[in-house]
Design a protein around this ligand. Sequence first.
Ligand code: MTE
Length: 330
Amino acid sequence: MIIHTDRSAHQHPVGSEITPLSAYRNRRQWMLGAMALGAAGAWSPQRAVAQGVDRPGRLSPISSVPSSVPGARTVEKPTSYRDATTYNNYYEFGTDKSDPARLADKLKTRPWSVSIEGLVGKPGTYDLERLLRLAPMEERIYRLRCVEGWSMVIPWVGYSLAALIREVQPLGSAKYVEFFTLADPDTMPGLRSNVLQWPYVEALRLDEANHPLTLLAFGMYGEMLPNQNGAPLRLVVPWKYGFKSGKSLVRIRFTEKQPATSWNMAAPREYGFYSNVNPNVPHPRWSQATERRIGDDGGLLARRRKTEMFNGYEPQVGQLYAGMDLRRFY
Ligand code: MTE
């Protein structure tokens, strides 16, 4: 994020690749039909083109019900699957937007487990199969606003992180939750760069982590997460800049003191602990007042949209910050 802002913008795929919501719905219906026929593996590019869909992956479908959490389903048009899976920030695989889609197939997502540590009653190793069964999967359609000034709309599949927090029983002294993501030098060439300290670490206040909108995501667009989007599980905190949403989580620690976080350590004046989307507080090197929606007609020349306070989730999360000076706690 410190580097590449302009250059990466030019790598963005053109606006003609938008998938309308109807096509996305058709694709889901088709997938369900294919599964019923036992033909889920029979996806072919030709057939997909005939259906008017853009599904390049062959990931397992993940069933879910529409979320009833207030604010969890924007009616805005989802970004195309193709844009969401080829224009990524996952610095462990490189700093270009196209690096993760190109290189993340090396990531080994099975077996996988998450270590729960710190101030909890039930610490331990939670394997992926157990986490997948912990709570019913919901589909949430969230806006994702990157601190670089672009945004997407992504239909995620997962459940509120609060379900896991309840399960592990935080102690009364726990005030923060720290999220560590995978750092595997054998499969992640980006670790050779010192743009960040590895592993990538992010953290939330416990009440933020417990907010029903904070999502532990296992899938998107009705499929398991593609590697470049953070397989096999990641965080999604829709009212914060995208970098708070750590990918490929391996360790979650409950602490009393506010943890240090990767982007804050790398550039403390630019990236604060809170990093709530806030159009009134500019990044020291650029404004945060507007954003470019990836996939908007016109590509780089498309009209920028106004960025909303807390990314539009103010009715749901504003009270978490009542009385706080958000210029100071950026
Ligand atoms: N998680 C890890 N481990 N490494 C990263 O580089 N990038 C963050 C976040 N999570 C990042 C990460 C940033 S800057 C953004 S905007 C989002 O992931 C992008 O998520 P997406 O590629 O699924 O859109």
